[in-house]
Write a protein that binds this ligand. Structure first.
Ligand code: CO
Length: 168
């Protein structure tokens, strides 16, 4: 089911999401709805809070090779165990439509999380996979990528965003 996406400056995006404790059908429906919603907007990642559900869950949908289908990964109760390197990547966000800006993130991260059945997973993520994980993990902690750009760029963004709000 395709759901509405919560957009900036909605206060819900500023809250800290809660740990998932039950790996039941309700969680599976949430994950399925998140995928449908993300896919309808051609996104590569979506966090629960972006459809108004403050749980520590996000998904990524990333192509890892030119002729391959994108891979869907469901991350529940995700954590970063180690990180290295720096990668500057132009990010966007379905909660901040049509705004893109470069953000510095770790290039490689070791992560742990649970899958939809509650099974513990570990993996090492590089490049865009690492960037998307860090962007989405920020959502679970109430942080948007515009808070990670320089002060001047942030000011410019807020000004443009307010103007756009008045025009709509
Ligand atoms: Co986002």
């Amino acid at each position: 089911m395709i759901l509405e996406i919560v957009t900036h400056p909605d206060k819900r995006l500023k809250g800290k999401s809660k740990e998932v404790e039950k790996f039941d059908e309700k969680l599976h429906t949430l994950l399925d709805n998140m995928f449908d919603t993300m896919n309808s907007r051609e996104g590569i990642g979506l966090a629960g809070i972006q459809i108004g559900v403050p749980k520590r869950v996000f998904i990524t949908y990333i192509q890892n090779g030119e002729d391959t289908e994108p891979t869907l990964t469901e991350f529940i109760n995700p954590k970063i165990l180690a990180e290295s390197g720096v990668l500057s990547y132009e990010e966007g966000c379905l909660s901040i439509p049509s705004y893109f800006e470069k953000v510095d993130r770790a290039e490689t991260i070791n992560v742990s999380y649970q899958n939809r059945y509650g099974e513990e997973q570990n993996s090492t993520l590089h490049g865009l996979n690492a960037v998307a994980f860090q962007h989405e993990l920020d959502h679970l902690n109430g942080k948007l990528f515009v808070e990670r750009v320089s002060y001047m760029k942030r000011k410019k963004f807020e000004k443009e965003w307010k103007r756009r709000g008045r025009e709509n």
